[in-house]
Each structure stands twice: as structure tokens, then as C-alpha cells.
Design a protein around this ligand. Structure first.
Ligand SMILES: [Fe+2]
Length: 380
């Protein structure tokens, strides 16, 4: 039983039992312990000169009255950063799929200056897209006590462990403003490695993850899309593996009576994927320091985090700023990726673009109580 929705969607056929499968080779299929030994390749401290250029750019943008959403690569020039941006894109789209930039001057900037600097850097990699149905282009990753088990509950608003998943855009960025008292490590894994390891053990389950999997939009329905959608987790395309996976949305989609239940085999496949990803033989942990910016390409990396404990004082609690970027020069995507969120005018995943909702850049967590306010809307 595979329902055809009345909203637009690319059909997803099941995969034949005898489809031959090959492992994926190349830089994208890395192993955590070996990658840890090569930290100098993926930990990139900004130079003093780059930071001085960044400070000047932030000051100029602020003087010109530009907010984070107004910034483009053209109006936020960062001379001397060209090689860094070129190598970052190469790493994210053609190589290992992630990078950790270090030394963004979080402590010396106001919340607005911080957002300007972060979005300004992001504007050289892609365009910020809405991360939720409220149109937020800055995601505040902090514990505001949300119940993650509810349909609309989102794990990033709690302090729980987050299971391995992908976000829906080309790049996700995390800027660490403050780290936790304990825990909260970012945990990432190569999805090609997980595919390869599953293939050695259970090729039948790999094929299942290449077939129809239904996911709940959790009441965040972008323009032209329906309340649920269908997309395989593993999508081989033009010699590379594209992975999209959020188990909580698969589980939440069972509330739609028109959808088939999750089969025991699919549960087994998701269990195997996650148990491999959770194995220290495969993943890489990163402890963020204030001023760290992690950029990942969601198509090639699964991410999660360990649970954490905060300091009692609100001003010391863990706080990361998330940026979701659509990248016009990102890799060509499997056609079925249109089902994810739909595409923007450049043919990239558009984020949670919701009818009648404008993009905003809240400088503080909106649900964070007194003092929270929204940055003015993008000028368009
Ligand atoms: Fe995520």
C-alpha cells in the first residue's frame, strides 16, 4: 500500500530485492577515529587578519543600517577570506562534508553584531532560509523546556540527547556562543560509511532504506506541500550517496491513518543505522568552544548530540546559533529531494517556507521570555 497524495510529490517506488549495490568510496566515506587524528585538516582557526577584516565588515554593515537578513556576499565583502570560502565549499560538497571554523569573536560582540558577522560569513556560502513555520532564519539552540515527544516538539529546544538525523537544507551551521556545564558534544558521522557498513551486514535493510519512507512535517507545511511526505533515506545519485533521515518524523507520521504502519523490517533497518552511527568506531565527537562555527552538508553527514546539563545561571546556559543555508552552487540533488521541502528559485531546498510568513532573524530565543525581541524583517 503506497498512497498517492493529492498534493505534489515525486513517487517513491520500493527497491527490487535483487538490485545490486556497491559501497561508496572516496573522501566522504570517513571513519571517526581516523578523522579525529586528522583534526588539523578540519579544524580551521581564523587568522588575526581575517578577524580584523570581519570586525570592519560588521562595523560597516551596522553603520549602513543593514541587518543580518540584508547581507549578501556583495554587500558584506571579506577580502582575504576567498581561499577559506573556496576550500570550505569543496570540503562540504565534494570532500568530508564538514568543517569546524574556530575563533569567531562572540564575546566582544553584541547580539546584533554577532548575527551580522555570522550571517555575513554565511552569505558567502549560501542564502539563509526559514528554519520553522515562524520564518526564523536564526535558530536558537538552547533548552527552553520544550516537550520533544509532542507532535510539534523540536529536540533543539530541550537538553535531551538528539539521535542521528539530517536537516533539510544544503548546509547547517552552528555557532557556539556558550557551551554547556557538562555534555552537549556534537556527534557527526559519514552517511556513506553507515551505508557501507550496513551493506556488509544487511543489504536487504539498505534496500529498504532506499524505498518509500513516510515523514511527518510536524505542522510546519511549506508552500505547495502536504502535512506528510515520502522520501527514501538512502539516495544514490550520480555516483554519490545522498542521505536524509529523521526517525522522529517517521514515527510521528503514523498519526496519519492513510499511511501504512512502520514495518518491523523498517524498524530493524532504522535500529541498525542508528546503532552503527552510535558506535565510536564510526562517529566523530566535537566539543564546541565559544566562537566555534561548525558547518555540515546535510546530504552527506548525519548529526546528533549528547545530552547536556546547564549551569543554573541563565546567562551561562548553553547557546548555539543555527543557520540553514540554501547553496546555489551546492551538489545536484536526486530528483526525489523535491519532496523534502520543495525548491527555491535556484533549485535548492527552500527550508520551511510557509504561506504568508516572512523571514525574520530573532536575536534572542523568541520563547525565552522577557528581553526577547525580533529583528526587523528582510527588506524585499
Ligand atoms: Fe539537526
Amino acid at each position: 500500500m503506497h498512497p498517492t497524495p493529492d498534493f505534489f510529490s515525486i513517487p517513491v517506488p520500493p527497491v527490487a530485492d535483487d538490485l545490486p549495490l556497491e559501497p561508496f568510496a572516496g573522501e566522504g566515506a570517513w571513519y571517526g577515529p581516523a578523522m579525529k587524528q586528522r583534526a588539523q585538516e578540519w579544524q580551521m582557526p581564523f587568522s588575526e587578519k581575517q578577524i580584523a577584516v570581519l570586525r570592519d565588515a560588521i562595523e560597516s554593515a551596522e553603520k549602513a543600517g543593514l541587518g543580518p537578513l540584508d547581507l549578501t556576499a556583495a554587500n558584506f565583502p571579506l577580502p582575504g577570506w576567498e581561499d577559506l570560502f573556496a576550500s570550505t565549499k569543496k570540503d562540504l560538497f565534494e570532500g568530508r562534508g564538514f568543517i569546524l571554523l574556530r575563533g569567531f569573536p562572540v564575546d566582544e560582540l553584541t547580539a546584533l553584531q554577532r548575527a551580522i558577522g555570522y550571517f555575513g560569513i554565511g552569505a558567502h556560502l549560501g542564502r539563509a532560509v526559514p528554519q520553522n513555520a515562524k520564518g526564523h532564519a536564526i535558530g536558537h539552540i538552547c533548552d527552553i523546556g520544550v516537550d520533544y515527544t509532542k507532535t510539534t516538539g523540536r529536540g533543539y529546544q530541550s537538553n535531551v540527547k538528539l539521535n542521528f538525523h539530517t536537516d533539510s537544507t544544503d548546509i547547517v551551521g552552528l555557532l557556539c556562543v556558550r557551551h554547556a556545564k557538562k555534555g552537549g558534544a556534537s556527534r557527526i558521522v559519514s552517511s556513506a560509511t553507515i551505508y557501507n557498513e550496513m551493506l556488509k551486514r544487511r543489504p536487504d535493510l539498505v534496500r529498504l532504506l532506499m524505498g518509500p519512507i513516510y515523514r511527518d512535517r510536524r505542522e510546519e507545511v511549506p508552500v505547495g506541500q502536504g502535512p506528510w511526505y515520502c522520501i527514501p533515506a538512502f539516495n544514490p545519485f550520480r555516483g554519490r550517496l545522498f542521505t536524509t533521515y529523521v526517525r522522529s518524523t517517521v514515527q510521528k507520521a503514523t498519526r496519519f491513518t492513510e499511511l501504512p504502519p512502520i514495518s518491523p523490517e523498517l524498524e530493524e533497518a532504522m535500529d541498525l543505522l542508528e546503532s552503527l552511527a552510535a558506535d565510536p568506531a564510526y562517529h566523530l565527537d566535537m566539543d564546541f568552544r565559544p566562537g566555534d562555527i561548525q558547518f555540515l552538508c546535510n546530504h552527506f553527514i548525519l548529526h546528533g548530540r549528547t545530552a547536556y546539563e546547564d549551569y543554573d545561571e541563565p546567562a551561562k546556559r548553553r547557546h548555539l546559533l543555527r543557520l540553514q543555508l540554501a547553496c546555489p552552487d551546492g551538489p545536484a540533488l536526486p530528483p526525489v529531494y523535491e519532496n523534502l521541502r520543495g525548491y527555491d528559485e535556484h533549485g535548492r531546498p527552500q527550508g520551511t517556507r510557509t504561506p504568508g510568513v516572512s523571514l525574520t532573524a530573532p536575536l534572542e530565543p523568541i520563547d525565552g521570555g522577557p528581553g526577547a525581541f525580533e529583528q526587523r524583517k528582510r527588506k524585499e
